[in-house]
Design a protein around this ligand. Structure first.
Ligand code: AMP
Length: 219
């Protein structure tokens, strides 16, 4: 099954994707994670995108499209893929249509995670991410057992530079302007299903069964 996961920053795209990956073995492709890994490696791509990301701006479409094209062309997705955080602009949506047509990998659903704006800021500014394995925590809602240490791999938990308040506000503004209109585009194709952003782990299994029509999984 091939999915897009859409929703404002802090809606829970990464959390949903990790539940789907663990239980349904759908491959998680996050452009944000790819960029952050490149920044950590100090690669040419990482250096080219770092400034955009720190400020909460979008990385230019051409660069982002190239990366997604190479990941989708080179990867192997026995149970399908989920794109998390891509596309974010009309230009990216058009590019994705071409890439998927060329690779003969049609989309099955676009999952739109809905959350009220005022909840987002609190969620994101309390978010901490493992610097090694990308597991997501929250200082009050989902803390790690040992402060600032990942339960999964022992890596250090950090606050993403773009999870600071100024940058978050910018990201929400950009989402409203550039990304939200894409939902209409996918609605016209009949692909959009919505998930309430207050979901808990068990709600995901019901959602997958009822809305995506999949019954297997290791829940
Ligand atoms: P995310 O983890 O999806 O919130 O992405 C973090 C940051 O990476 C975003 O705020 C952008 O700066 C950049 N980014 C991720 N995906 C895209 C995309 N599809 N287009 C442009 N920039 C992106």
């Amino acid at each position: 099954m091939n999915l897009l996961i859409m929703g404002k920053p802090g809606a829970g795209k990464g959390t949903l994707a990790s539940i789907l990956q663990d239980n349904y073995h759908i491959t998680h492709i996050s452009t944000g994670n790819i960029f952050r890994e490149e920044i950590a490696k100090r690669s040419p791509l990482g250096l080219a995108v770092e400034n955009f990301i720190t400020k909460g701006e979008l990385v230019p479409d051409e660069l982002t499209n190239q990366i997604v094209k190479s990941v989708l062309s080179e990867g192997d997705f026995p149970n399908g893929f989920m794109l998390d955080g891509y596309p974010r602009t009309k230009d990216q949506a058009m590019a994705l249509d071409l890439i998927l047509a060329e690779l003969n990998m049609p989309l099955n659903f676009v999952v739109d995670i809905e959350v009220e704006d005022d909840v987002l800021l609190q969620r994101i500014t309390g978010r901490r991410v493992c610097s090694q394995c990308n597991t997501i925590y929250h200082i009050t809602l989902h803390p790690s057992t040992k402060i600032d240490v990942c339960d999964v791999c022992g890596g250090e938990l950090i606050q993403r530079e773009d999870d600071k308040e100024e940058s978050v506000k910018n990201r929400i503004r950009i989402y409203n302007q550039k990304t939200e209109p894409l939902l209409d585009y996918y609605r016209q194709k009949g692909l959009v299903v919505t998930l309430d952003g207050r979901f808990k782990r068990e709600d995901v299994f019901e959602f997958v069964e009822m809305k995506l029509g999949v019954t297997h999984g290791n829940n």
